[in-house]
Write a protein that binds this ligand. Structure first.
Ligand SMILES: [Zn+2]
Length: 565
């Protein structure tokens, strides 16, 4: 944990202009500096840096924020890593808060890795060893991936207790679990695959049976813990990251062995999704290394829908995944062992783009010759195409779809606009869209608050989230309420949309900064709230009159008169 005071200290000591100009050339433009935006493609500069406010904002793509957000975007690093970069620039080191307890958890996991791994290396348990050998895993691989064997029978519990770990800490790692008759090992008679974080620290285990046992699940895994959040990790990334960087691409598979077997065959830019559908956190993790993602999931129905889900999420995150199709009954593990590396590489070279893959899958469910089939396929394809950010790309895929379905481009385009245009505006971060949607009054209120954080209390006292009409105003105001907005808030906001919104307002000279307008703006929103409330009551009064409900009528009229305004 990095102390908040240190983050603030770093921010006050850092000049955003200095930092950004060490990455891209900045030119003075009045009070601001400008540049060609590093985050989207453009010829004329719409990227501005304001030294007074210590913020940047691009009027083209909408990216914006403090120096921390700039580094996160430009260097593709996390928040703490950005702080680390800034600290280094200043010659400071981060006074990490004491994390003794967390350290103990990592240590316990490390000891468990050694214990399990040694069980195999010592040749004590021949059954599991033979099983692994049959699956193509020999001693070298066991050493490389620290594969182990958990005998159970509380052998790990005893081992770790003798090393001095407390039951409390061991339970936190879920290496042991509490039962009615006391604590016991979680894994009994299983082969274990340690899961490492990207810094190669062991954080969890996946444990597999090695002989048929009635009713036993094939895999059990460590539970989530203070050091293991399943959504945030990819199996094998610690081994694969260098090759991923070298090749600028990554293969994503489902299972442990689907990652390990190709790896030992020399295909080393490979990770496994830990059995979950790919998550947003995992995608962000991958994006730090490459944007070229190849999905190879099982060829069954479950694999197909996992692929489609992953594909959609990737498209939304501005990544165009490629997909490799496997023959029925194969996964990457089996395919390599049975058909060899060359065959696998050939399949890799035949990867499909998201468009071709989705068409292929849809054609299995719908008859492309029938009107109904065409319309279904068009709907589903347009929803994928709509996830693309680039209009040019959208158009290219529309052309392709038009050819395949034999439907005029114009019709498909019209359909896309009709179905998705409004949605786009609500989600889009493009400043143009935001300008159209947000009433000037709301922007004036935010501009004043952002410049006078002390007076946020005035807005807080008088306004509610619902008083704002635009979604982004609502979202920002509620964020400010939750985080008790003050002068230090701006630099630490991590939400892209909010950063884009507030830096856009701060930079926009056409939005007046004026206390009187701020006050009258608040009054206007409050009056509007009253107006809406009164309308509602009038409606109820009409209903009561119609039903001749005198008692209700009296209550409503009293209520109406009390509101005033
Ligand atoms: Zn931009």
């Amino acid at each position: 944990m990095i102390p908040q005071s240190f983050i603030e200290d770093i921010q006050t000591k850092t000049d955003i202009v200095e930092v950004i100009s060490s990455y891209i050339p900045l030119k003075r433009a009045g009070r601001n500096f400008k540049a060609v935006c590093p985050f989207h493609h453009e010829k004329t500069p719409s990227f501005f840096v304001n030294p007074q406010k210590q913020i940047f904002h691009c009027f083209g793509c909408g990216e914006g924020g403090s120096v921390i957000q700039f580094l996160m975007l430009y260097e593709k690093v996390t928040f703490p890593e950005a702080i680390e970069i800034l600290a280094k620039r200043l010659g400071l080191s981060i006074p990490y808060q004491r994390t003794d307890n967390i350290t103990k958890l990592y240590e316990a996991m490390q000891e468990a890795v050694v214990f399990f791994n040694k069980n195999l290396l010592d040749n004590k348990y021949t059954g599991p060893l033979k099983y692994l050998e049959k699956r193509g895993i020999l001693i070298d691989t066991i050493k490389k991936f620290y594969i182990g064997y958990a005998p159970g029978k509380n052998s790990l519990l005893e081992y770790l207790r003798n090393k001095g770990f407390s039951l409390e800490n061991l339970e936190k790692t879920s290496l042991i679990v509490a039962k009615e008759d006391g604590y016991r090992d979680l894994f009994w008679d299983r082969i274990v695959f340690p899961i490492f974080d990207v810094r190669s620290r062991p954080i969890a285990f996946g444990a597999r049976i090695w002989k048929e046992i009635n009713d036993a699940p094939k895999y059990i895994n460590s539970f989530e813990s203070p050091i293991y959040k399943k959504r945030e990790h990819l199996f094998g990334l610690n081994f694969a990251k260098e090759e991923i960087l070298n090749l600028d691409s990554v293969i994503v598979v489902e299972g442990y062995l689907d990652m390990i077997i190709p790896y030992i065959f020399g295909i080393k830019n490979i990770v496994a999704s830990l059995g979950t559908a790919l998550t947003e956190e995992q995608i962000n993790l991958i994006k730090r290394y490459t944007k070229n993602i190849i999905l190879i999931f099982d060829s069954d129905k479950a694999g197909e829908s996992a692929t489609i889900r992953a594909m959609d999420l990737l498209l939304e995150n501005d990544i165009r995944p490629k997909i490799v199709l496997l023959e029925k009954g194969y996964d990457p593990d089996l395919l390599l062992r049975e058909k060899g590396k060359d065959y696998f590489l050939k399949l890799l070279s035949q990867k499909l783009d998201f468009f071709d893959y989705k068409i292929l899958i849809l054609r299995k469910s719908y008859d492309i010759e029938s009107i109904e089939g065409k319309s279904n396929i068009a709907d589903k394809m347009l929803s994928a195409i709509n996830k693309l950010n680039s209009e040019v790309e959208k158009y290219e895929y529309i052309k392709k779809l038009s050819n395949i379905l034999n439907i005029k481009e114009e019709l498909l385009l019209a359909e896309l606009k009709k179905t998705y245009y409004k949605k786009d505006n609500a989600f889009g971060v493009s400043q143009k869209n935001i300008k159209e949607l947000i009433p000037l009054t709301e922007k004036i209120i935010f501009k004043f608050i952002l410049n006078n954080p002390d007076l946020f209390s005035v807005a807080k006292k008088n306004l509610k989230e619902e008083d704002f009409t635009s979604n982004i105003s609502k979202k920002t105001f509620s964020y400010f309420l939750k985080n008790d907005f003050n002068s230090k808030t701006i630099g630490t906001i991590l939400d892209k949309e909010i950063n884009s919104f507030i830096t856009g307002i701060l930079m926009d000279e056409e939005i007046p900064l004026d206390k009187e307008l701020f006050k009258s703006g608040i009054i206007k929103l409050v009056k509007n709230r009253t107006k809406i409330l009164k309308e509602k009551i009038r409606e109820n009064i009409r209903d009561a009159e119609k039903n001749n409900d005198r008692k209700m009528l009296k209550i409503l009229i009293d209520k109406y008169n009390k509101i005033g305004g």
